[in-house]
Design a protein around this ligand. Structure first.
Ligand code: GLP
Length: 240
């Protein structure tokens, strides 16, 4: 794993964006794995700038998102579907038919997981963007998820629900379940760029580099991948 420590969130965003921009310039039909959360927002802003300056185009780019809440509609402003439109897709020249965001209906949870998983197993993601939870989760793969897990429905931990409550009017509105790519799907990507900023991520970043591979720390599953770039600000790197 390669570690890049940046002065602050802005610098981390520019640094991470460069990997995607360089890839898109080299391969205009690249397949991207995308993430939500506050960590990649600055990076998405850089991609938008680059696209609007005509440096890159998303016309032939295909995307697969990591996860989505269960039990809320795509039209809900807190869905990851809305997040992606607002923070990236509505501002670039992507063909929305090339955008894939998992979605699981109450009545067909397993079927919907299998459908998304089959799609993932039929593509080869060139670059997967990741954030990281304070408890080390990647996507919504919470601690104690098998590293062989493929797309599944997860019950979110109390810690994750509390962390994500800041986006909702009240903690009761935070969905308790989500559909997520499994760790195995994530590890299939050719390259992974993980972004973390702030003190709350320092322990998760410390464990990423220093803890033994263990399902207690989902992020340690990345240790065996041959091409992982970890872009952090000084605070997230403060325990290293
Ligand atoms: C959520 C998402 C993850 C994300 C994590 C960290 O739970 N499912 O994909 O990496 O939170 O979010 P943030 O970047 O807002 O700290």
């Amino acid at each position: 794993m390669k570690l890049l420590v940046c002065e602050n969130y802005e610098e981390a965003s520019v640094t991470a964006a460069k990997y995607l921009i360089d890839l898109i310039k080299e391969k205009n039909d690249a397949i991207l794995g995308l993430a939500t959360g506050s960590s990649p927002i600055g990076m998405y802003k850089e991609l938008i700038k680059s696209c609007q300056n005509k440096e890159i185009s998303f016309k032939n780019i295909k995307t697969y998102n990591l996860d989505e809440y269960c039990g809320i509609e795509q039209s809900n402003e807190q869905s990851y579907f809305s997040f992606m439109n607002e923070n990236l897709f509505n501002h670039v020249d992507i063909n929305k038919a090339n955008v894939n965001i998992p979605f699981a209906n109450e009545g067909s949870l397993q079927e919907d997981c299998d459908k998304y998983n089959n799609m993932l197993n039929n593509v080869s993601i060139d670059l997967q963007v990741l954030g990281i939870g304070a408890n080390g989760h990647i996507g919504f793969n919470e601690p104690n998820t098998s590293f062989d897990q493929e797309t599944f429905i997860v019950e979110l931990t109390k810690e994750t629900i509390e962390a994500n409550a800041r986006f909702f009017n009240s903690i009761e509105e935070v969905p308790t379940h989500a559909i997520t790519m499994g760790i195995k799907n994530i590890l299939n990507a050719k390259q992974i760029v993980l972004i973390a900023s702030g003190k709350s991520k320092a322990q998760a970043i410390y464990d990423l580099f220093n803890s033994k591979k263990d399902i207690k720390n989902p992020q340690t599953s990345l240790q065996d991948h041959s091409n992982v770039i970890v872009v952090v600000d000084k605070e997230a790197a403060s325990l290293l």
